[in-house]
Design a protein around this ligand. Structure first.
Ligand code: ATP
Length: 324
C-alpha cells in the first residue's frame, strides 16, 4: 500500500476529527501518502480528494464535527456513481480507504470494495452506538455528556416549578443514549425503542414519585419509542396524570455537536491508528472496534448483518430501582 484516503460519511459525530488526525499521522509515520476526501462518497464522485500532511490535522483533536465534511450521497448507490468514484481514486493511485461512519457508510464501502478490489477499513462513527462489533461507537460518549448537561439545566427549572418534563433524545432504533442519559441524570423513567413500557406502568411510577414528595420528574423518551415521540407520550400521560405542570423538550441536533469527550478523543485516536495498521497488514473489509477495552476487528459483513442487544442489563434494572 502506498496511498491511503480517509473520508467521513453519514451523520457527523464528535471524535471524527481525532480519528482523521490519527489516520493521517499513522499513515505518514509509516511513509504512506495520505489523502482526505471531502463530503464522504460525494467527494469521491466529484474528485474532491486532497493531499494531507501531518500539519493538515493540527489543532483539530478537540473539535466536534468533521473537517472533511460529510454528506448523504445517493449517486454512490448507483453503478455509475461507484465507477466514477473508482476512476477518481485510480487517478490518485489510491489503494487503501478508511471510511468513518455508520451502517449506510459500511454498506457503500462493502459494495465498493467488492466491486473493485480496493482495500477498505471501516471505523464506527455514529452517536447512536447502534453497530455490532464495537462496545462503543465514536461520538456516543460525547452525546451522552451533552444530553446530561442539558438535562441538569432542565432539572433546575423543573424542580423550581414542580414540573414533569418529557425529554426526547436521539436514537431511532437504539436506546443507548436514552438509557445512559437516564442513569447519569437521575431521570424518573426512560422509554426505549427496544422495550415495551406500558403507559400504566409509567403513570404508576410517576404517581409513586408524586406521593413520596418528589418535586419534579424527568422522563427520557428515545425518538424511536413505539408510543411516539415525547409530545405524543406527554399528551397521553397528561390525560391521566396531572400532579405537575407538564413540559416537553426535544434536544435534537445539539446532541450531534460539541467538543469530543476525552473518551471519544482516545477512541477516535485508537481506531484511526488501528485502521491504518490493518491496511498496512494487508487486511480489507474489516471494521475496527473496541471490545472489552481492546481494539478488535470484525468483518464489515458481520458488522452489517449481526446485531447485539447493547443495553446493559444492570442499567436497565437500575432505572426502576434508583428512581424511587
Ligand atoms: P448514520 O448512522 O449517522 O445515519 P450512516 O453511515 O448509516 O450514518 P447513511 O446516510 O445511511 O449514514 O449512509 C451514508 C452514505 O453511505 C449514503 O449517503 C450513501 O452515499 C452510502 N450508502 C448507503 N447505502 C449504500 C448502498 N447500498 N450502496 C452504496 N452506497 C451506500
Amino acid at each position: 500500500i502506498k496511498n491511503i484516503a480517509v473520508l467521513t460519511s453519514g451523520g457527523d459525530a464528535p471524535g471524527m476529527n481525532a480519528c482523521i488526525r490519527a489516520v493521517i499521522r499513522t499513515g505518514i509515520y509509516n511513509g504512506i501518502n495520505m489523502f482526505g476526501v471531502m463530503q464522504g462518497y460525494q467527494g469521491l464522485i466529484n474528485n474532491n480528494i486532497i493531499p494531507m500532511d501531518a500539519r493538515s490535522v493540527s489543532n483539530i483533536i478537540h473539535l466536534g464535527g468533521t473537517i472533511l465534511k460529510t454528506a448523504r450521497c445517493l449517486e454512490f448507490k448507483t453503478e455509475e456513481g461507484l465507477e466514477l468514484a473508482y476512476k477518481n481514486l485510480q487517478a490518485h493511485d489510491i489503494d487503501g480507504l478508511v471510511v468513518i461512519g455508520g451502517d449506510g457508510t459500511f454498506t457503500g464501502a462493502k459494495r465498493f470494495g467488492e466491486k473493485f478490489g480496493i482495500r477498505v477499513i471501516g471505523v464506527p462513527g455514529t452517536i447512536d452506538n447502534d453497530l455490532y462489533g464495537s462496545d462503543f461507537t465514536l461520538g456516543y460518549d460525547t452525546a451522552i455528556n451533552t444530553v446530561i448537561e442539558a438535562i441538569d439545566k432542565i432539572r433546575d427549572t423543573a424542580d423550581s416549578h414542580d414540573r414533569l418534563f418529557f425529554i426526547e433524545v436521539m436514537g431511532r432504533d437504539s436506546g443507548c443514549i436514552a438509557l445512559r442519559s437516564a442513569i447519569s441524570s437521575g431521570a424518573e423513567a426512560v422509554l426505549l425503542p427496544e422495550r415495551e413500557t406500558s403507559l400504566n406502568e409509567l403513570i404508576a411510577q410517576l404517581e409513586t414519585g408524586a406521593s413520596t414528595k418528589k418535586t419534579s420528574s424527568i422522563v427520557i423518551v428515545s425518538e424511536g419509542h413505539k408510543d411516539g415521540g415525547a409530545y405524543d407520550v406527554a399528551k397521553k400521560v397528561k390525560e391521566r396524570f396531572n400532579h405537575y405542570d407538564t413540559k416537553v423538550t426535544i434536544l435534537g441536533h445539539l446532541q450531534r455537536g460539541g467538543s469530543p469527550s476525552s473518551f471519544d478523543r482516545i477512541l477516535g485516536s485508537r481506531l484511526g491508528f488501528a485502521a491504518v495498521n490493518e491496511l498496512l497488514r494487508g487486511n480489507t473489509m474489516q471494521m475496527v472496534g473496541l471490545r472489552g477495552n481492546e481494539v478488535k476487528t470484525t468483518s464489515i459483513e458481520e458488522a452489517l448483518t449481526r446485531h447485539t442487544f447493547k443495553l446493559e442489563s444492570d442499567l436497565l434494572e437500575m432505572t426502576k430501582v434508583l428512581s424511587i
